[in-house]
Write a protein that binds this ligand. Structure first.
Ligand code: B16
Ligand code: MG
Length: 217
């Protein structure tokens, strides 16, 4: 089936907010008396705020009541927002602008597929609010990645079938979500981490639209 749409994750694909999520979670873990490594952080990429907190608390051997967990998640989000509020278009990852102009020239539809509840704010900060034909974010879904909902909703909103979509993802959970959704998945990062992806490249900077379309045939 010919490819009609490209679905993009936000954090780690369009902008490097993954580093800010990590810094804010690390600060929280440190306040709770333990640490999280960059390697551990790989598991948190693409995972919703509350699911991330559960993984972190389990890592630190802590079990806390729901009320306290909500408080901690709000605290992390406040620190995260302080970090992202300083972002601007300079924070768009290398290769994104060129890749998007190729996408437009090829006549492909685009959607954002992010589980972040802060996606609209980030798109606004970097000046990309109008760059997508559809935006599916954490405010529109009930299940986070690795559930495919964020991508299947994107395909539905663009009125294309999953087999007509290519997903671009930097996270293990996001690659799994795209595969479970029945889509061709381009992993951006390391092939040893993104083992389920159909194609892996270091970033969008290393790819052309033509190459992706050829490989996904
Ligand atoms: P928020 P993505 C994900 O965004 C991040 O990768 C993940 O680290 C974060 O916990 C999640 O969004 C929720 O974000 O706390 O802002 O709602 O990769 O799906 O764009
Ligand atoms: Mg991501």
């Amino acid at each position: 089936m010919p490819i009609k749409a490209f679905l993009f994750d936000l954090d780690g694909v369009i902008v490097d907010t993954a580093i800010y999520h990590y810094q804010a979670w690390k600060r929280l873990a440190n306040e709770l008396g333990f640490d999280i490594s960059e390697e551990f952080n790989e598991q948190l990429k693409g995972v919703s705020r509350m699911d991330s907190l559960d993984l972190i608390l389990a890592h630190g051997g802590l079990s806390l009541p729901e009320e306290k967990k909500n408080e901690l998640a709000a605290q992390k989000n406040q620190w995260y927002l302080e970090l992202v509020s300083r972002m601007n278009s300079d924070d768009i990852l290398p290769g994104v602008a060129t890749f998007f102009s190729q996408v437009r020239k090829a006549g492909l539809k685009t959607a954002l597929g992010s589980v972040s509840k802060n996606a609209a704010l980030i798109l606004d900060r970097i000046g990309m609010s109008n760059a997508f034909d559809a935006i599916i974010d954490g405010t529109k879904i009930s299940k986070g990645k690795p559930d495919p909902e964020v991508f299947t909703k994107g395909a539905a909103e663009l009125e294309v079938s999953p087999a007509e979509c290519v997903v671009f993802e930097d996270a293990v959970a996001g690659v799994e979500a795209g595969k479970r959704g029945g889509m061709f998945v381009v992993g951006l990062g390391s092939p040893s981490v993104l083992t389920q992806a159909d194609l892996v490249a270091p970033s969008l900077n290393a790819l052309t639209v033509e190459e992706v379309l050829k490989k996904s045939e």
